[in-house]
Ligand binder design. Sequence first.
Ligand code: SF4
Length: 342
Amino acid sequence: MTSSTALHWTPAAFYRSQGDRLLCTLCPRACRLRDGEIGFCQVRRRRGDTLETATFASAVKHLDAIERKPFYHYKPGSRVLTLAAPGCSFTCLYCQNYRLSQFGRHNEAQGAAAPVDPAEIVIEAHAHNAAIGLSYSEPSLAAELTLAIGVAGQAKGVDLLWKSNGYVTPEALASLLPWLSAVNIDLKAADERRHRALTGAPLQPVLDTIEACITAGIWVEISTPVIPKFNADEDSLHALAVRLRAFDRPIPWHLLRFTPDFRLRRAAPTPPATLVQAVRIARREGLAYVYVERACGPKQRNTPCPVCGHTLIRRAIWATETVDLVDGRCPNCKTAIPGRWQ
Ligand code: SF4
């Protein structure tokens, strides 16, 4: 484990003593740190008998369309003030944000981030009528920031959203869920071997997080980067669709086109035909809300009613154009469409 002095370190939660070690209980890697050591994520370190985090900070701050996170069934057309601390608990081969997420593990990655004042950021989001989103890197590593923004945000009616890899312990997640309104979780493969090959981490904790978020009543959407030679074959896509269908409520599924980056920068991008096939497989397995943001045209961004086919929501790239729902139902056949529409 290496050390860093370039970051903004503040006291962390989610740890306990274990003999002469401190056990970090935030993610399933369960780092057991000696004094002075830094965790696998590179953004949590031991100092004496306490743990510190470098994630009470953000390298970005900008307003995004909520469709860009992506969320398609959560307050369409709204905006998100997006923050991102450095660090990630995964080592995804294709990461487009590796210069932030892989801080401390890759020489092109940087940890430069400004401290965040939760009260100020909530006021700013409120002024823009926006939610706050933690995205680009792994938001569960910013657990303390999540708690602070969540407390300040709920008092002002400002939602807090995550775009997450879902790799967090049940213990930590239980503390964080009350402060989250919606999460988009990456599900990159449905079998252990492929998931580990792509992310460097086991699959089951991700599935457990999705389940826990659903049980807690958080709005959940799923994203899957479709990557040739890793998860773009028919068997992999079928297994993912079956796994998603097994959750006990319909979940919007975003199929993301892979574009070469990081350790896969010499790989070919996902052919549009592969994404079309992925949508076909998902529909065959009974998934009603399957989307491709780019590469397959507007049809794959729109939401048709799964019963009568009426077009309920029309979208451009990263934007909602029209919403034709009445109290969350199709105006034509009255079918309830899952989502948080107000
Ligand atoms: S959050 Fe970081 S320090 Fe904690 S267990 Fe995970 S990788 Fe290790």
